[in-house]
Design a protein around this ligand. Sequence first.
Ligand code: 6PG
Length: 286
Amino acid sequence: MADTGENLKSVPREILHGVRVYPNPTEVARAAARLFVDYAWQSISRYGQFFVALSGGNTPRMTYELLASAEFRGQVDWAKVHVFWSDERAVPPDHPDSNYGMARRALLLRVPIPPGNVHRMEAEKANLGRAAHEYEEVLRKYLELDDRGFPRFHLILLGMGADGHTASIFPGTRVTRQTSRWVTTPMVVKLNARRMTLTMPVLDAALRVVFLVVGQDKAETLRAVLEGKAEPPYPAQQVQPRDNGVKLFLVDEAAAALLESGPSQPGDSPREKPAGTIRAKPGRSK
Ligand code: 6PG
């Protein structure tokens, strides 16, 4: 793929292993779109298909819009892409809060993906628990299992809230300790709402987990997550891909404001060691 001037602009500062810093949210979204394209190519050439889980949130939306743009759309063999979700709000698919609805408007309606390759979480169902079991069956139908028996995505895109939640795994909730289920339906007290979410062991089973984190309001939590010492750990900190899976953070300068450079190490190949505990500027511990 030719490197255009536009691409050169988004060469990141990899200040810490597995943490790539971009000047602004638009460049974070562009980097995520480029990774999506690369990972789709790698997975399709190796496995014949690309199984990706999308998240909700504002940063991913920009990435989806870019993937649907003339610049990126033709770079993915959409017929071989299967789209799933990391989490969903308990609303109908046409509700403005629906993660599926957001991805549909921003991306799926604008690329030639076969409708049968789109596997949404049906979190609007009255029996949410049963809907979670049904989603587990969908995952079982399509995904290979790892050696611990968890479904293995080729890529899971995640966001992180200022409280350290990721997907719909919120700090202090029982789902942070879930070790057997693949999909569950936590009550998020602070939002007074149920959600449906992939569980931690499924996030950890992925070949690649990429966090998109932007904004100053996340700087302190990002520092704590990367230091890895918060106890109990933030959900975003807990995610640790097994079997040499990749864990990457694509962040903007505002979110990285409290981080300090450490020795950078190469690579985002699934065969390389993922980011572990890394240094960060001292600050208030949470
Ligand atoms: C959701 C998400 C959630 C999100 C973070 C960050 O459904 O809300 O999947 O985990 O990714 O809250 O969202 P922002 O990028 O909008 O800050």
